[in-house]
Design a protein around this ligand. Sequence first.
Ligand code: SAM
Length: 488
Amino acid sequence: MLQESVGKVTTKYHTLKTPLTLESGATLAETTIAYECYGSPNTQNIILVCHALTGDAHAAGFHTGDTKPGWWDGIIGPGKALDTNRYCVIATNVIGGCQGSTGPMSIDPATGKMYGITFPVITIRDIIHAEYQFLRELGISGIYAVIGGSMGGMQALQWSVEFPDFVRRVICIASAGYSTPMHIAFSTVGRAAIMSDPDWNNGNYADTGKKPGHGLSLARMLAHITYLSDESMQTKFGRRLQKNTNIGYGFDTEFSVESYLQHQGETFVERFDPNSYLYITRAVDYYDLTKNGNLTEGLAETKAKFLILSVSSDWLYPPYLSQEIVMALTANGREAKYGEIQSPHGHDGFLLENNQLNFLVGQFLTPFTVEDLMTKNPPVICACATIRQAAEVMIGKEINHLAVISEEGQLSGIVTSWDIAKSVAGNHQNLADIMTKEVISVKKTDTLRLAASLLEKYHISALPVVDTKGHVEGMLTSETISFTEVSR
Ligand code: SAM
């Protein structure tokens, strides 16, 4: 399938019409949501993309002048898993962030000054409620799917709990049903790095002109390690020295991995606000979908269909955390598919393994249908024809199955090479005498899974595809299905 980019995109902004009440009881008087939209605006077929901790609304395509596309460009676009030819994909920036949605860097309408550390503490639930209100105000009354990785996966699951009737499919990648003590521990150290930077100034650094960049950089360096894996670090850096051939017996930056982490820390400071980092990591700490300590109870009210994916080498969100979600959903009778992305890249695998993601997510969102594989407008023959005429058509077109139609043009039978052979043995002349009249047929929108199960159940090798009026619009054979399977 040809996969393309969504091309040039711009970030848009929407300010909610009413104040947002937060889980803590506090209120956000004015809430703006930054978002991007890919594909044709179609309120029926919406997929919402939720970003991870420090992501933004720019998930795909290019901003003017950019050479690098949005962060999930590998799976969003025409022909990709989030197929913009089929779906309207909306990506948002979370509240509490610093990439366009209301957060600590926004102006507090009550004071006319930047919120800074006076911004109210937010939760993953609050992020979802803001987005729900945003989508409702755009005139959207339900979405086809919500997808996200890491903190985005938390949001996707939270959607299914908060608004079970609003979302039909949920894709949660490299995530969990709650934050573990290890997650909270890493966040704690990151926040301590920021808060112990003298420039943090108890969160009031906006007026001092000094950003606690050193602390933020340390927080990012630590967090970045958790996104990689032992194997990926071995492959990427080994024990290589960055500049020198020999070790220097000092504490300057020597190893490639040291230099890499410092670079990651420095570039992060350029694009992220330290207070915002505190708020978002706190939201992740508070994330817990269990009820009475039980995830099954916590997910009891969900109604969506789920795809839960983990990454094989992810030690921050190990596969067992995804498997727990699947077990809890299954215990509630929900349809939950599980897959493990095979990757050496650790947690970051959910942003890198585009081939596996395109296949797994694409199949979940858009399963292959009969229409994808059927032979369109196959030859048909009238029930009034002779067996000889049918045989001539089959030989001429090199086919083993021929749909038989009534004078009104509707499917009335099927004849196969097997039937022709039988007719010779039985000395028949008329097609109507040998054709099978009770035809098993499918619709073009049926899934290939259904078609394959019919072929197996009835020991047949072809299925005429009919429209609502019984006219033959295709033929699906077991050869085509198996050929597709091997050629994929
Ligand atoms: N596997 C071979 C095949 O499908 O032709 C031979 C075995 S099967 C028992 C043969 C019979 O199944 C033939 O009489 C044929 O007309 C019938 N048949 C084939 N496709 C059919 C369909 N979609 N619905 C009903 N009968 C079908």
